[in-house]
Each structure stands twice: as C-alpha cells, then as structure tokens.
Design a protein around this ligand. Structure first.
Ligand SMILES: [Zn+2]
Ligand SMILES: [Zn+2]
Length: 368
C-alpha cells in the first residue's frame, strides 16, 4: 500500500471512529464513506437500505468478486443510557475497504469488483438482509471478508479451511406457572425446579448430540430470573436466557430442540405453560476449502505469509450468511499480541493493521 493512500485511509479511519453508530443507524458513516470514495475514486456508488455498494466495473461478462466490510459500532451501557463505540474495529474494516478502492484506481483486474460496506453486523441483521434482498449477490463468483484479531502479531494473516467462526444463537425460555400463598406452594405451580433442572441437564443434552465427537457445542447461561421479592408468594413465572454456540448450525438447532422439548414436557407434567424466543442468531462462518487453497497460493505469489488456525474462533460473525450462498473465505489479520480484546473497553483499532489488510485483499484481486 503506498504511503499517500495509507495516510488518507488512516485519516478516514479516525473520522469513522469519531462517529460510531449502532446497527441499523449507520447514516453518518455511509455519508462519510460516500464522501471519501466519490472524492478519491471513480467507483460507482449506490446507497442502499443500511449499506453502501461501491463497484469497480471493467466490462460486462467478467467474473464478479465481492469484498465485504462491517461498519457498525457496539452498544455501550452507561449512566445516561446506551451509546455507541467502535469496540470491534469496524471503523478499521470500512477504512481498509476504502484502501482497496484506492488501490483499484486505474487498475485492470480482469474482473468486476463489488465493495460491500455492510451495516448491522453486531445485531446479526445486516448480512442476512443483503443476502435476501440484493439480487446482485448471485452474480458473485467469490466473496471475501476479514476481521482484525487481537492476540496475534500485527498483520499476520490467519485462515482456516472449513469452519472459521462458530454459529451461535440466543434462546429464551419463558415459563408461566400459577401463583399461590407461600404457605401452600403445592396449590400453585412454581417453575423453579423445572428451570433449575433445565440448566443442570444441558451438559447431558450436549453430550447426547455430540456422541463422543470433539467438535464444539456449548451453552452459556446468560440470565435466569424467577419470581420476585414478595416472601408471601410462591414464584409463578420465570425465564432462562441461553446462548448456544458451536461449530455446526445443525448441532445448535438440535440443542435448541432438546431444550424446548424438555421444557414443554416438564411444563405439561406440572401444569405450566412455556414459550420460546430466538434472538441474535448467527450462522457458522465456514470457508470453502478450495477458495482457501487458492487464496494461500495468491498470497504466496504476492510474498504474503498466512498461518492456519487450529481451532475455529468461538465468536460468531454474520458473514456466514454469504458463505451459505457464495464460495468464499473469511480470514483474520493480526492486530497485535498485546492488543486488548474485541468489545472490551480498552479496545481500539490499531492503524498498523490497515496496510497488511489492504495488501491481503489486493493480492486476492491480483493487484498486489
Ligand atoms: Zn463485534
Ligand atoms: Zn466485528
């Protein structure tokens, strides 16, 4: 990446950082990106609902390649309510894609390139919406995206054949029993035992699904609430919030089914009712092995080294929605071994990631 472009992209990153916006509200961010790209590049810009498409078009009939960047910030709860902060480095990811836009100026790649600036990643809505509503997606032959990864040397490229990041899904179990005087709890229906049993039975349910295989499937209890503080009243309603996480979406679906079945059977036996809700569902982000193979070759030819991760990342990403439709690759770029973790209060996107990330994309497009 040339020093003049790098300086412009770092300045852009600082501007994006200064106007963090929550999922679905990335208006100023899109304005800022549009300003930058219309001033500095000849990319064709199309503002869509919640995202921005920037196209480098060489000729009809050429293969199309998509590159995606996130651009939303994370919510931060404070005394004065919820605010936004770029705690996941999506300011950096958008700036990197603009750096690719600069690198494409005046270049012939033999392909048409679609730069996808996607909003709504943190709440899991953005990729799904683009996949469902943008017909142009079907024309893509390949799609790539990256994430800045703390804990690895700056600029190190990290790949994985198959699952790169886990699927995850929030599940809420709401149980409605019947109230009774605390002296006669047997006259009501108290969900305490049922919800406790569900929590204790989860490891067994997971064991039965995995059947000895060592792939990841796990649950995290996010919340467990029951009754109130009236000591004369037996609890009559409660809710359990779980995050289910694993290498395979099918395992998560099976675990959610097992939880629902156990809750429904328990409720039926004890004269209670239950309802379920799924939230924040992310698919597994699974790379096509031939695309990873091809990328490793392209990077090697460009003099870039990549490391293969042993295990998938436990976190989730909505890029998996694209990968269910288009062969592609999600990869990591090291953000520094001492870099604070993503979403932590101390995290800030390090600008040193920009040049190696732009170079990695450029190599995939054959313009390194
Ligand atoms: Zn994030
Ligand atoms: Zn992120």
């Amino acid at each position: 990446m040339n020093p003049r472009d790098l300086e412009a992209v770092c300045a852009l990153r600082a501007r994006l950082h200064a106007c963090p916006e929550l999922s679905g509200h990335e208006d100023v961010t899109i304005d800022t990106l549009q300003d930058f790209l219309s001033y500095k590049t000849s990319l064709r810009l199309e503002r869509r609902e919640g995202w921005l498409l920037a196209t480098h078009w060489e000729a009809d009939g050429l293969p199309e390649i998509g590159l995606r960047a996130d651009m939303d910030a994370i919510p931060v709860e404070g005394e004065s309510g919820t605010s936004a902060r770029h705690g996941c480095g999506h300011d950096g990811q958008s700036a990197i894609l603009c750096g690719v836009g600069l690198a494409l100026e005046g270049r012939r790649t033999g392909r048409n390139i679609r730069l996808i600036f996607q909003g709504g990643e943190e709440d899991g809505t953005g990729a799904r919406r683009i996949c469902e509503r943008w017909p142009g997606l079907q024309a893509l032959e390949r799609i790539y995206a990256l994430h800045n990864l703390p804990g690895f040397p700056v600029g190190q490229l990290l790949v994985r054949r198959g699952c790169f990041a886990c699927a995850s899904s929030g599940l809420i179990v709401r149980v409605q029993g019947r109230p009774a005087h605390a002296a006669y709890p047997d006259e009501g229906a108290n969900p305490a035992a049922l919800l406790s049993r569900l929590v204790l039975d989860l490891p067994g349910m997971i064991g039965r699904i995995l059947d000895g295989d060592d792939r990841l499937l796990m649950h995290t209890v996010i919340g467990l609430r029951l009754g109130g503080e009236n000591f004369g009243l037996s609890a009559s309603e409660g809710q359990l919030c779980l995050t289910l996480r694993g290498h395979r979406q099918a395992d998560i679906d099976a675990l959610a089914d097992a939880v629902r079945r156990a809750a429904a059977e328990g409720c039926a036996a004890e004269g209670m009712t239950c309802a379920f809700e799924t939230r924040d569902a992310f698919p597994d982000t699974t790379n096509a092995a031939p695309v990873v193979e091809e990328a490793l070759g392209l990077w090697q030819r460009a003099g870039l080294q990549a490391t293969e991760l042993e295990a998938p990342m436990r976190w989730s990403e909505d890029f998996g929605w694209y990968l269910k439709r288009i062969p592609g690759m999600y990869f990591g770029v090291g953000a520094g071994e001492d870099c604070p973790g993503l979403h932590t209060a101390a995290y800030r996107f390090p600008d040193a990631v920009i040049a190696p990330a732009v170079d990695a994309f450029a190599a995939l497009l054959g313009i390194a």
